[in-house]
Design a protein around this ligand. Structure first.
Ligand code: ACO
Length: 371
């Protein structure tokens, strides 16, 4: 029998710096009242100069590994979902792999905007179910504050920085991720995009002059799309898992806008109390929002072993998707792990590898020049 993919670890990392709606009202023509009533957001976290997508991702990942009682070397696969990668390449996932010292893991980035975390969970689940891997780390991480035009009140009020991570592990007991639905509609690509800086519009004085290096959004159209697909994807995923909405204890939606979540709850025919929300404190952290919300729901005692949970999201692409999980928590194990030690080893390993590469290049150069 193929193993199940259980969610056995979770962690989140958000910057300490809080930016309130009043702070934003000092930069653009808006108000706390408008932002709260139209979005439900009160404040968001903004990365400081030292914090990056990879650093937040690694912090969230270490916490998730601790909960799962896993060493970085136990990981077979690291997926980082992000729309604000550190670079076009190398992948942020490889930088995280190095920071963790996960030397047996493959690592890659995944771009499906705010739906990316659900895509990542689905890929990790399928790899585990196919018996190709045992332990996977899926991270959603963003520093969208660096890609937002702080003079554009349509977008700058919405986004925040942060990261969240799940560990998924193979286990024989029935449970974990039971079903998932992934969708995309690229005909809506221009509704939400960051057009400049890629191969279509390489960075140039013109792209910079036209603000093509900032997030551009048709908020009203994204809103209409989101309210349509959230309930639809949830219902499909629930049906695929052979259960009904009555079996669902908690829905963890992408935290974009309170009004979108309320409309989705109406579409799903469930009371709003069954949808978890923490966007008032973090804004829209894009692909990080679902794992961050999950961590806080667990802290607040809203998720227990045996509960059936739905994760549902939408985003640029356009993309949308949902997954149903039977919550199990960490696998029982008596082994002891040493997180501080692994952090030290990872740093040391990374420094040594860089030095070895330099020495190797010198020796290789001498050998070839002498020939
Ligand atoms: N403060 C004050 N007034 C504002 C602001 C603001 N920050 N922004 C817009 N307005 C004004 C507009 O100028 C407009 O004024 P007008 O009627 O005089 O022209 C009025 O408010 C209404 O503007 P709309 O943009 O039509 O407002 P809407 O009801 O659509 O709400 C919002 C805007 C909150 C952005 C909403 O459209 C929304 O939440 N959309 C979804 C966005 C979203 O979730 N994006 C993330 C997707 S996830 C991802 O992939 C990253």
């Amino acid at each position: 029998m193929s193993p199940y993919a259980h969610i056995t670890g979770w962690g989140m990392a958000v910057p300490e710096r809080v930016m309130t709606n009043d702070d934003i009202a000092k930069m653009v023509d808006t108000s706390d009242e408008w932002i709260q009533s139209m979005t439900g957001i009160r404040e968001r976290r903004i990365a400081n100069d030292e914090q990056t997508t990879a650093s937040l991702a690694a912090d969230a990942a270490r916490k998730a590994l601790n909960v799962a009682n896993l060493k970085p070397a136990d990981l077979d696969l690291i997926i980082v979902s992000t729309s604000s990668p550190e670079h076009t390449f190398p992948s942020t996932a490889s930088l995280v792999q190095d920071r963790l010292g996960a030397y047996k893991a493959g690592a890659f980035d995944l771009l499906a905007a705010c739906t990316g975390f659900i895509y990542g969970v689905k890929l990790a689940t399928d790899s585990i179910r196919a018996d190709a891997i045992k332990n996977a780390l899926v991270i959603g991480a963003e520093t969208l504050s660096r890609l937002v035009n702080w003079n554009d009140r349509n977008t700058c009020i919405l986004f925040g920085d942060g990261a969240g991570a799940f560990v998924l592990q193979a286990a024989e007991d029935t449970g974990g991720v039971l079903s998932s639905v992934l969708r995309s509609d690229g005909s809506g690509a221009e509704l939400l995009s960051l057009p400049g800086g890629g191969s279509r519009y390489p960075t140039s004085p013109d792209t910079l002059k036209n603000g093509m290096h900032y997030i551009q959004m048709n908020g009203r159209e994204v809103f209409r799309f989101a309210t349509r697909v959230m309930a639809q994807a949830t219902e499909e995923a629930v049906e695929k898992a052979n259960i009904t909405m009555d079996d669902i204890h908690l829905v963890i939606p992408h935290q974009a806008n309170k009004r979108i979540i309320e409309a989705a709850a109406r579409g799903m025919n469930i009371p709003i109390e069954r949808c978890y929300m923490n966007l008032d404190r973090y804004g829209n952290t894009s692909t990080a929002s679902i794992p961050i919300a999950t961590c806080e729901a667990i802290q607040q005692g809203r998720i227990h072993p045996g509960d059936k949970i739905v994760f549902v999201g939408f985003g640029a692409g356009l993309t949308w998707g949902a997954a149903v999980a039977l919550w199990s928590g960490p696998l029982t194990t008596r082994r002891i792990i040493y997180p501080a030690r692994y952090r030290f080893y990872a740093r040391l390993r990374s420094i040594l590898l860089r030095w070895l590469r330099r020495i190797d290049a010198i020796i290789w150069g001498r050998y070839h020049n002498s020939g």
